[in-house]
Ligand binder design. Structure first.
Ligand code: F6R
Ligand code: MN
Length: 193
């Protein structure tokens, strides 16, 4: 394949990538079942806040190409659970990904199908390497937007169903102003594979 080099500009303050080929806007109503406190979800659905936006420059789907994108997760909580992304496995399980945080403060939840989990910090300058086989979800634990850049193989694909079904084994909640990792009583590792 013969592709041309290109440049893109990510506006560091807003996280917006110019000429993104795809902009995804996720509101609470796009993912009500992902939060543990369903009474809080119902109470906040009328306002239906935007939880995050993702700007993607998608390359043609090929194992030798990369896609790039940025995500901006708003600050806030649903009940005591911080605003977060849906989280996904890659459809092509071996496909890895790299995140680079530009601003804000977050946690990266990582989990295998077996339920084995890890939690990593996200802060300006931190590079997170996500190996193949690990689902990944980002959580904004700060008071400003959490903004990060991501690069992944263009043919990785996204499997949201497995996470919707089994949940992450860990939740990130606001405990009187301090982010705390707790066990998710509803998670069921191994489902959705
Ligand atoms: C791409 C990737 C990120 C996320 C984005 C939104 O593989 O991991 O660009 O897609 O942070 O999160 P999801 O896709 O889980 O809604
Ligand atoms: Mn991904």
């Amino acid at each position: 394949m013969n592709h041309l080099p290109f440049d893109a500009l990510m506006e560091l303050k807003s996280g917006v990538i110019d000429e993104a080929s795809q902009v995804i806007n996720r509101r609470l109503s796009d993912m009500p079942s992902f939060f543990h406190d369903q009474d809080a979800v119902q109470a906040q659905l009328e306002e239906d806040p935007v939880l995050y936006r993702t700007y993607i420059k998608q390359s043609p789907i090929s194992p030798s190409l990369w896609s790039i994108g940025s995500s901006v997760i708003e600050p806030g909580t649903v009940g005591n659970e911080y605003f977060m992304t849906k989280g996904h496995f890659h459809l092509k399980e071996e496909a890895p990904e790299v995140y680079f945080t530009v601003s804000g403060s977050g946690r990266l939840l990582l989990q295998r199908h077996s339920g084995e989990a890890e939690v990593k910090n996200m802060a300006p300058g931190v590079i997170n390497y996500i190996p193949g086989g690990w689902a990944h979800r980002t959580v904004n634990v700060g008071e400003k937007p959490l903004i990060f850049f991501a690069v992944w193989p263009a043919d990785a694909g996204h499997n949201y169903g497995a996470i919707e079904e089994m949940g992450f084994t860990k939740l990130v909640v606001d405990d009187r102003g301090v982010p705390k990792i707790i066990d998710n009583p509803k998670s069921a590792p191994g489902l959705g594979k």
